[in-house]
Design a binder for this molecule. Structure first.
Ligand SMILES: Cc1cc2nc3c(=O)[nH]c(=O)nc-3n(C[C@H](O)[C@H](O)[C@H](O)COP(=O)(O)O)c2cc1C
Length: 225
């Protein structure tokens, strides 16, 4: 028997993993960045094969990791975590720097960054696990705490979409009975607010194929306020 609630007890951070060059770059939100060796320092990053960034990392051979701070705006998580570089240019208008390998590093909302050269790529099923050797790293802001996945889930009421390795199908979770008042839900991509009281309907009672009336994001892309 697998109690999927147990999986939420695993700790992670939240990062923007980017790749490409000064000509073209793309990135995605990842909670699966972690250090795997200390000498030399190597980091793993797990990227869904369907993510546009997977191909960009494969062809450039480098990736950067921007460590997000705990008050990171929902908008940047919406853009990098729910939209794809197949459809939009995520880097447009952002504060970027280019690392020693030429890889773009997103500086918005970042308190530190890492730059890695890919030394191994493992096919782990739905995802590719890139192992990168650290070539450059720096602290950008010492005064803020890093964003953890727990904070994102519990305080920001965020969820992980299907491409995230930690995605859990809600039907697999043991249902908890709670007394609820009317709630409000915000679209992580565009900020539209669904107000249950105003709409006269519980958010969870909306059909699965319901989409955000403003930007067309799926129901899963909303988080409870
Ligand atoms: C909280 C959160 C954590 C995520 N973690 C991962 C991850 O570790 N690996 C992954 O492949 N996708 C992860 N995703 C999903 C990608 O960020 C998402 O599919 C993104 O739109 C892919 O962008 P791209 O197609 O431009 O590469 C996560 C998303 C969120 C919101």
């Amino acid at each position: 028997m697998i109690n999927f609630e147990a999986l939420f007890k695993i700790s992670y951070g939240l990062y923007i993993v980017s790749s490409g060059s000064s000509e073209y770059g793309n990135g995605f939100i990842s909670n699966t960045v972690f250090q795997v060796t200390s000498d030399p320092p190597r980091f793993a990053s797990c990227c869904n094969k369907d993510n546009h960034t997977a191909g960009v990392i494969r062809s450039s051979g480098h990736f950067s990791v921007s460590v997000l701070h705990c008050d990171t705006a929902a908008g940047i998580i919406g853009t990098f975590g729910y939209k794809s570089g197949k459809d939009i240019n995520k880097m447009e208008g952002l504060d970027l720097k280019y690392g020693e390998t030429g890889v773009p590093v997103v500086l918005n909302e970042a308190i530190a960054f890492l730059e890695c050269r890919v030394v191994e790529t493992y096919d782990v099923g739905t995802h590719l696990m890139f192992i990168g050797e650290l070539v450059h790293a720096d602290v950008l802001d010492d005064g803020k705490e890093p964003l953890t996945y727990l904070h994102y889930r519990q305080v920001k009421k965020g969820v992980a979409p299907k491409n995230a390795p930690t995605y859990v199908d809600k039907s697999k979770l043991v249902k908890k009975k709670v007394e609820e008042e009317f709630a409000r839900y915000e679209c992580a991509a565009c900020g539209y607010i669904y107000d249950e009281e105003k709409e006269g309907k519980r958010f969870e009672d909306l059909p699965d194929d319901w989409v955000c009336p403003v930007c067309g994001s799926e129901k899963d892309d909303f988080y409870k306020l």
